[in-house]
Design a protein around this ligand. Structure first.
Ligand SMILES: [Zn+2]
Length: 89
């Protein structure tokens, strides 16, 4: 009886902690820009079709993103900047 309640509380705490950790991770990730362009991280049919700016890594709804040659960007500036830096093709 009590064990069930404790179990439920632990699950709730875990979920809460996970969400918090995720939010923290995302804010930190905007700073450290490693060269990982793993587009596969974003599943195409995710909730509201969130896409990731390949330049700065920020996530945003697809409707608000700038698309260029199958890649997504958070703004037009980053699209142009990424084009400049992307010389390997
Ligand atoms: Zn960006």
């Amino acid at each position: 009886m009590l064990g069930k309640l404790v179990f439920f509380l632990i699950i709730a705490a875990l979920v809460y902690w996970l969400i918090k950790a995720r939010a923290l991770e995302e804010t930190e990730n905007t700073d450290e820009e490693t060269g990982e362009n793993t587009e596969n991280n974003v599943s195409p049919k995710a909730l509201e079709e969130m896409v990731r700016c390949v330049h700065c890594g920020v996530h945003l709804p697809r409707g608000e993103s700038v698309t260029s040659q199958g890649e997504f960007f958070c703004c037009n500036e980053h699209r142009l900047e990424h084009k400049d830096s992307d010389t390997s093709s």
